[in-house]
Design a protein around this ligand. Structure first.
Ligand code: HEC
Ligand code: HEC
Ligand code: HEC
Ligand code: HEC
Ligand code: HEC
Ligand code: HEC
Ligand code: HEC
Ligand code: HEC
Length: 468
C-alpha cells in the first residue's frame, strides 16, 4: 500500500468541528480498545508487515520526520508505528497516540533493545535482507547486555547509543556512528567519560591511547578503513567484552598470523596457558600499540619482573637483539656503500635485488623473534649478512678494477705525450739541418740571375721567423 492512498481523514483542526472531533476520537479510541482486546495478536502481526501509512505522525513530529527521512528503515518501508505503535491514519493526538491502539508511551532502555530485537532477531523477516540475526543474542551476553538485563544498569550502551534512534544508517555509510572511523568516538562518548565510568573503576584512557597507536594512526590519520582494527574489531560489534586472556592472540592473530604462529611455538605459550602472562598485549600493550623497536628487548623482557637482568632468559633476548642489530648494521653499511658508489658515478642498479633479499631476510626475523628460537633467527640474520657482504665485496672489486684501469690509462697518456715530444724534437732538428744546409749553399756560390728576389724573400722569411 502506498503511503498516500486517500485513507486519511481531513486535518481540519480549526473552529467548530473541534468538539465533534474530540467526541469522535474518544469514541474511536473506545471502539479500538474493544476491537483490539479480541484482535491483539493479529494487530501485532500486521505491525510486522511493514506497510504502514504514517503521514499524521510525521505531520506533527517534524523533527523526527526530518531525521527519519534518510534512514535505512524509512528506505525499506519501516514506519513510525512499527516501532511506536498507535494509529497513523488519524490527525488528532488522542486517537493517533491512543495506548489501546498499541501506542507505547515511554520506552525504557530494556524495551528499546527488545523492540529492535523484535525484528532483528526474527530470521524470517531478516533473511530477505541478508542480515544476520545474532545481534540481540550477542548483546545479551556482552558486559553491556549483562549489566542492563541482570543489574538494571542503564549507563551501558544499548542499540540506539551505537546506531542512533531515527537517523539510522547502514554501517557502511560514513554518516553511521558505527562506520569504522566513527566507532572510536562512539565508544568514547561513555568510555572516556570519567564521571560515568567512576563507579566501575575501569580506565578511561582507551580512546586517547588508541588515537596515538599505530592502528589509530592508520585508521584516523591515514583513513585506512580496511584491515585496520578499531574498538569493535577487537571487542566485537555486539558482544562487547574485553577479550579474555586466551583470546588476545586469536584477535591479533587474524591480522598478524606469522607473529601468532611463532608465538605459539615459543615457551611463552606455556606461560600463557599457566596464566603467568597474557599474550600479545603483555609486550605490545592493548590500546597504545606502538611501532616496535629493538628497545622492546630491554623493556619488555624485564617488565613487571618477568625476567631478572642476570637471568638466562633475559640474556637470550639480548643475544637475539644483537643478531638483529648486526644484520641491520651490515645492511645499512651495504646501502651506504651503494650510495657512495652512485655518487662516484658507478652503475648500481644490479645490487638492488641483493639488498632486497637481505632486507626480506631481516623482515622474516621480526616475526620469528616471537618463537625465541635463536638458531632459526641466526639462520636468517646470517643470510642477510651474506647478501649485504656480497654487495660490499662486488663494489669493492668494481672500484679496485677501476683503479687498475686508471693506472693503465695514465701510462698510455705518458707514452702518447712522450711520443709527441719526441716527434716535435725530431722535426725541430730536421728544420735546423735544412737551414744550415741553405745557409751553406748561399755562402758557397753567387745568386742565380732569375728568381733571386724569390730566394731573398725566402731567406728573409726564414730570418724573420728565426728572430721571432
Ligand atoms: C496532532 C499531532 C500529533 C500526532 C498526529 C501524533 N503526535 Fe506524537 N506527540 C504529539 C505531541 C504534542 C507530543 C508531546 C507529548 C504529549 O503531549 O504526550 C507527542 C509525543 C509523542 C511521543 C513521545 C511520547 C512520550 O511518552 O514521550 C512519541 C513517541 C510520539 N508522539 C509518537 C507518535 C506517533 C508514532 C504518531 C503516529 C501514530 C504520533 N506521535 C502522532 C503530537 C502528535
Ligand atoms: C526503528 C524504530 C523507530 C522508528 C521507525 C521510529 N522511532 Fe521514534 N523512537 C524510537 C525509540 C527507540 C525512541 C526512544 C529513544 C530514547 O528514549 O532514546 C523514539 C523516540 C521518539 C520520540 C520521542 C522523542 C523524545 O525526545 O522523547 C518521538 C516524538 C518519536 N520517536 C517519533 C517518531 C516518528 C514521528 C517516527 C516516524 C517518522 C518514528 N519516531 C520512527 C524508535 C523509533
Ligand atoms: C519493524 C521491524 C524493525 C525494527 C523494529 C527495527 N528494524 Fe532495523 N531494520 C529493519 C529492516 C527491514 C531493515 C532493512 C534491512 C537492510 O538494511 O537491508 C533494517 C535495517 C537496520 C540496520 C542497517 C543494517 C544493514 O547493515 O543494512 C540497522 C543498523 C538497524 N536496522 C538497527 C535497528 C535498531 C538499532 C533498531 C531498534 C531501535 C531497529 N533496527 C529496529 C527492520 C526493523
Ligand atoms: C556498543 C555498540 C553497539 C551496540 C550496543 C549495538 N550495536 Fe549493532 N553494530 C555495532 C557495530 C560496531 C556494527 C558493525 C559495523 C560494521 O559492520 O562495520 C553493528 C552492526 C549492526 C547491524 C548490521 C548487521 C551486522 O550484524 O553487522 C545491525 C542490524 C545491528 N548492528 C543491530 C543492532 C541491534 C538490534 C542492537 C541491540 C540489540 C545493536 N545493534 C547494538 C555496534 C553496536
Ligand atoms: C552509552 C555508554 C556506552 C557506550 C556508547 C559504550 N559503552 Fe562499553 N560500557 C559502558 C558501561 C557503563 C560499561 C560497564 C563497565 C563495567 O562493567 O566495567 C561498559 C563496559 C564495557 C566493556 C567491559 C569493561 C570491563 O572490563 O568491565 C567493554 C570492553 C566495553 N564496554 C567496550 C565498548 C566498546 C568497544 C564500545 C563501542 C563500540 C562501547 N563499549 C560503547 C558504557 C558504554
Ligand atoms: C587491537 C585490539 C584492541 C582495540 C583496537 C581496542 N581494544 Fe580495548 N582492549 C583490548 C584488550 C586486549 C584488552 C584487555 C583484555 C584483557 O585484559 O582481558 C582491552 C580492554 C578494554 C577495556 C577494559 C578496561 C581496560 O582498559 O582494560 C575497555 C573498556 C576497552 N578495552 C575499550 C576499548 C575502546 C573504547 C576502544 C576504542 C577506542 C578499544 N578498546 C580498542 C584490545 C583492543
Ligand atoms: C583488523 C586487523 C588487525 C588487528 C585485529 C590487529 N592489527 Fe596490528 N596492525 C594492523 C595493520 C593494518 C597494521 C599496520 C598499520 C600501518 O599501516 O601502520 C598493524 C600494525 C601493528 C604493529 C606494528 C607493526 C609494524 O611493523 O610497525 C603491531 C606491533 C601490531 N599491529 C600489534 C597488534 C596487536 C598486539 C594486536 C592485538 C591486540 C593487533 N595488532 C591487532 C592490523 C591489525
Ligand atoms: C615477549 C614479548 C612479545 C610478545 C608476547 C609479543 N611480541 Fe610482538 N614483538 C616483540 C618484539 C621484541 C618485536 C620487535 C622485533 C623486531 O623488531 O625484530 C615485536 C614485533 C612485532 C610486530 C612487528 C613485526 C614486523 O614485521 O615489524 C608485530 C606485528 C607483532 N610483534 C605482533 C605481535 C602479536 C600479534 C603478538 C601475539 C601473538 C605478539 N607480537 C607478542 C615482542 C613481543
Amino acid at each position: 500500500m502506498k503511503e498516500k492512498d486517500g485513507m486519511l481523514i481531513n486535518p481540519d483542526l480549526s473552529g467548530r468541528n473541534i468538539n465533534l472531533r474530540l467526541l469522535f476520537s474518544v469514541l474511536y479510541c473506545i471502539l479500538w480498545s474493544v476491537a483490539l482486546f479480541g484482535l491483539n495478536a493479529s494487530a501485532q502481526e500486521s505491525a510486522r508487515t511493514l506497510k504502514k501509512v504514517d503521514d499524521w505522525c510525521r505531520e506533527c513530529h517534524g523533527k523526527e520526520k526530518k531525521l527519519y527521512e534518510n534512514s535505512i528503515h524509512n528506505k525499506f518501508g519501516v514506519s513510525c508505528i512499527d516501532c511506536h505503535g498507535g494509529d497513523s491514519k488519524h490527525a488528532d493526538k488522542e486517537t493517533a497516540m491512543c495506548p489501546i491502539a498499541g501506542f507505547k508511551p515511554k520506552l525504557s532502555k530494556k524495551d528499546i533493545v527488545e523492540l529492535c530485537a523484535s525484528c532483528h532477531n526474527d530470521e524470517q523477516m531478516m533473511t530477505p535482507y541478508g542480515l544476520l540475526t545474532n545481534q540481540y543474542d550477542l548483546y545479551r551476553i556482552s558486559i553491556h547486555g549483562q549489566r542492563l538485563f541482570e543489574k538494571g544498569d542503564t549507563n551501558v550502551a544499548i542499540c540506539v547509543d551505537c546506531h542512533v534512534t531515527h537517523a539510522m544508517m547502514k554501517p557502511s555509510d560514513p554518516r553511521s556512528l558505527v562506520y569504522p572511523t566513527n566507532v572510536p568516538k562512539t565508544c568514547a562518548q561513555c568510555h572516556a567519560d570519567e564521571k560515568l565510568m567512576k563507579p566501575y573503576e575501569i580506565p578511561t584512557d582507551q580512546y586517547d591511547k588508541f588515537v596515538g597507536s599505530i592502528h589509530g594512526d592508520a585508521l584516523l590519520k591515514r583513513g585506512l578503513t580496511r584491515g585496520v582494527p578499531q574498538c569493535a574489531t577487537c571487542h566485537g560489534n555486539h558482544g562487547a567484552a574485553p577479550p579474555g586472556v586466551q583470546d588476545v592472540s586469536k584477535i591479533c592473530g587474524q591480522c598478524h598470523p606469522n607473529e601468532r604462529d611463532n608465538f605459539n611455538k615459543s615457551p611463552h605459550r606455556e606461560a600463557v596457558d599457566k596464566g603467568e602472562m597474557t599474550e600479545c598485549d603483555s609486550c605490545h600493550n592493548k590500546h597504545d600499540i606502538a611501532k616496535p623497536t629493538l628497545e622492546l628487548f630491554d623493556t619488555s623482557c624485564g617488565k613487571d619482573n618477568c625476567h631478572e637482568k642476570n637471568s638466562d632468559e633475559f640474556a637470550l633476548g639480548q643475544q637475539i637483539k644483537s643478531l638483529i642489530i648486526k644484520a641491520n648494521d651490515t645492511l645499512d653499511n651495504a646501502r651506504q656503500i651503494i650510495k657512495d658508489a652512485e655518487s662516484a658515478g658507478a652503475y648500481t642498479t644490479q645490487y638492488e635485488f641483493t639488498i632486497d633479499e637481505a632486507h626480506t631476510n631481516i623482515q622474516q626475523v621480526s616475526s620469528r623473534t616471537h618463537s625465541l628460537n635463536k638458531s632459526e633467527i641466526g639462520e636468517y640474520t646470517a643470510k642477510a649478512i651474506t647478501a649485504s657482504d656480497s654487495v660490499k665485496k662486488d663494489i669493492d672489486e668494481h672500484f679496485k678494477s677501476l683503479r687498475i684501469r686508471k693506472v693503465g690509462l695514465g701510462i698510455v697518456w705518458v707514452f702518447v705525450l712522450a711520443t709527441v715530444v719526441a716527434l716535435y724534437l725530431r722535426k725541430r732538428r730536421a728544420d735546423q739541418e735544412w737551414q744550415n744546409r741553405l745557409a751553406l749553399e748561399l755562402s758557397e756560390g753567387p745568386a742565380p740571375s732569375t728568381g733571386s728576389g724569390e730566394a731573398l724573400e725566402r731567406s728573409e722569411g726564414i730570418d724573420s721567423g728565426d728572430s721571432r
